[in-house]
Design a protein around this ligand. Structure first.
Ligand code: SF4
Length: 281
């Protein structure tokens, strides 16, 4: 079943004229954000308050997730000047909390872990009080790459499961068990680090399947969770199967909190980094 008409609780407006200042700064420093690449519905709210989720390691991904708008082409080599430019943007924006993410870079020997670590180091040097949250790819499950990122000591490391195991065909190249193992390995490598995951709903999952995923995330040591409505970036992308009502989002939030998550953001417009500063760090 394909659903195209959005319900009244999903009618947020994007106002491009409010993005000008952020777009100038990003253009000046030649930086990308996932807010722009993913057509995030919260972009006006975030850019207006000078918040953004930085996309490092380029805009091209080596995977083919059918829900994602990031360009699927051969990526360019990693740019070692990028950590300094990200740090400069954070300094100019005077951010108290920043989220850094990237596409998956299966073409790089370390999956890009070294550039993540260098970005944390550059931010610590120029903005020592900024809380740093990394939203990492699975690095093919390579423990060395995960250790490199954990050793950089960000405040939070997130890795999104995105959906329930039955629907993993929409994450081509990914593996549900491997993603869970990534979170468990991070917890084991650096128990002081807070780990976080994100799920999209409205893809055809059941409440029972979601409940099982919550349990598995907790067993992997994950303490923060975000749950948001999947919205197809275009007609070419995976279709929306259901618009989840706000009351059901609230029930998911209560269920997740009841099994021990320290913080859960759950709502139609929640995205991985939405209200990220409220998770602590
Ligand atoms: S791995 Fe990440 S960036 Fe790449 S296509 Fe999938 S969701 Fe998008």
């Amino acid at each position: 079943m394909k659903i195209s008409r959005k319900p009244e609780w999903l009618q947020k407006r994007i106002n491009p004229s409010a993005h000008a200042e952020m777009e100038r700064l990003l253009g000046d420093l030649q930086l990308h954000t996932v807010c722009q690449e993913a057509f995030c519905p919260n972009i006006t709210e975030c850019f207006r308050s000078r918040q953004a989720t930085f996309l490092i390691l380029g805009r091209r991904c080596t995977r083919l997730c059918s829900f994602c708008n990031v360009t699927k082409e051969t990526p360019l080599p990693a740019d070692t000047t990028e950590p300094g430019r990200v740090a400069e943007a954070i300094r100019r924006l005077n951010l108290g909390h920043v989220v850094i993410t990237s596409p998956t870079r299966d073409d790089l020997e370390d999956g890009g872990a070294g550039l993540y670590a260098a970005t944390v180091a550059a931010i610590r040097e120029t903005s020592p009080r900024t809380a740093i949250e990394l939203l990492i790819p699975d690095f093919g499950g390579e423990r060395q790459a995960l250790a490199m990122v954990a050793r950089a000591c960000p405040d939070i490391i997130g890795h999104n499961l995105e959906t329930v195991p039955r629907l993993y065909q929409i994450r081509e190249g990914a593996d549900y068990r491997r993603s869970l193992a990534v979170l468990a390995a991070l917890h084991e490598l650096a128990p002081f680090l807070k780990t976080k995951s994100g799920l999209m709903v409205g893809l055809g999952e059941t409440e029972e399947e979601l409940g099982e995923v919550f349990q598995e995330l907790r067993r992997a040591g994950c303490c923060y969770l975000s749950i948001g409505q999947y919205l197809a970036p275009s007609k070419r992308h995976h279709p929306v199967r259901a618009f989840i009502e706000p009351a059901l989002f609230e029930r998911y939030r209560e269920k997740a909190l009841a099994i021990g998550f320290a913080h859960v953001e759950s709502g139609p417009y929640v995205r991985s980094s939405y209200h990220a500063a409220e998770y602590g760090g």
